[in-house]
Design a protein around this ligand. Structure first.
Ligand SMILES: *[C@@H]1O[C@H](CO)[C@@H](O)[C@H](O)[C@H]1NC(C)=O
Ligand SMILES: *[C@@H]1O[C@H](CO)[C@@H](O)[C@H](O)[C@H]1NC(C)=O
Ligand SMILES: *[C@@H]1O[C@H](CO)[C@@H](O)[C@H](O)[C@H]1NC(C)=O
Length: 288
């Protein structure tokens, strides 16, 4: 009798969790933007999964998004921790553009996180090397081949974009100065690299979405963790040293079939989060 009651309680518990409680979703916005980016996406999530708790991070909005990446990660971390604590059923991260790099940082430093799926939406996950309108707006005099002189300096590193600027022609300076991307990748010495990797490996799924018509992320394949070599040929993630040496867990995730790479043509950068087909095909399947 006792056993039966306990069984019934367990089964009811499982059914309740499965049916009624969706995982909390956290959205991290891109550069020069804010939480409103996700407005439409929230309505789609609510329609598909009524009652889902979606939190759009309302920190480092607009110009504040230029704050150095570690400062952003350290300030956002407690908020993410609170949301995770309120979501024992697991958490989903949807991170757009620069936000994807903020999320990579969070997933590296958060011990005991319960993020199951990390959805990186057109994010320069392996860095950026391209003069887009964003760069031109702030640095009208610089071209991409020259701006390393400023970005790869102590002063330059006070800007978020410099923290993940990845100039394939000046890798020595990148390794010397990049105090964010090179560390996340374990390309430069990081005494906590094993810890970061273990934390990153707690993910169940890494979902990387990007496409050739993005127009901002350069090369656009950085959204899939591919990147330029020294002659600006894009080299696939699976042939890159950070993957082959499993410096932060990519290869292990891949051996678990946890990596999902999606390419969608015809989507410009600021349209990713408001394109219903992208949501239906690549985001919705990873919200449970
Ligand atoms: C959503 O999550 C936040 C953060 O944990 C919490 O404060 C809020 O009460 C939750 N809302 C619902 C409807 O569960
Ligand atoms: C550029 O790099 C690729 C990959 O390493 C190589 O196959 C190709 O020959 C190189 N091209 C030039 C012009 O050096
Ligand atoms: C990171 O790189 C250092 C130096 O190459 C190496 O000793 C360490 O094992 C690497 N960490 C991981 C997680 O691979």
């Amino acid at each position: 009798m006792k056993v039966l009651i306990i069984l019934a309680v367990i089964i009811t518990g499982i059914i309740t969790v499965n049916c009624a409680i969706y995982k909390n979703v956290i959205f991290m916005h891109g550069i020069f933007a804010g939480p409103s980016e996700v407005d439409e996406l929230i309505t789609w999530i609510q329609k598909a999964h009524p009652g889902t708790n979606v939190t759009a991070i309302d920190m480092f909005d607009t110009l504040k998004s230029l704050t150095p990446m570690w400062d952003q990660v350290n300030k956002i971390m407690p908020e993410v921790q609170n949301i995770m604590n309120a979501s024992p059923q697991g958490t989903i991260l949807i991170c757009f553009s620069q936000g994807g790099l903020v999320c990579r940082g969070l997933l590296s430093v958060l011990n005991n996180h319960n993020v199951e799926n990390f959805i990186a939406l057109s994010s320069p996950l392996m860095g950026q090397y391209g003069d887009t309108r964003y760069l031109k707006y702030f640095f009208p005099k610089y071209v991409k081949s020259e701006i390393y002189k400023f970005f790869y300096s102590t002063r330059g590193q006070k800007l978020s974009i410099a923290n993940y600027w990845n100039d394939p022609h000046h890798q020595e300076l990148y390794l010397k100065y990049s105090n964010y991307l090179a560390i996340l990748n374990n390309q430069t010495f990081n005494p906590k690299s094993q810890e970061y990797k273990q934390n990153f490996l707690k993910l169940k799924n890494l979902v990387m979405i990007g496409g050739p018509d993005d127009g901002v992320i350069t090369p656009w394949q950085s959204s899939h963790m591919d990147f330029y070599n020294a002659n600006e040929t894009v080299v696939n993630m699976r042939q890159q040293p950070w993957y082959l040496n499993d410096w932060f867990g990519l290869k292990t995730l891949d051996s678990r079939k946890a990596i999902h790479i999606f390419t969608e043509p015809g989507v410009q950068h600021v349209h990713w989060y408001k394109t219903k087909a992208v949501f239906d095909k690549y985001i919705l399947p990873f919200l449970t």
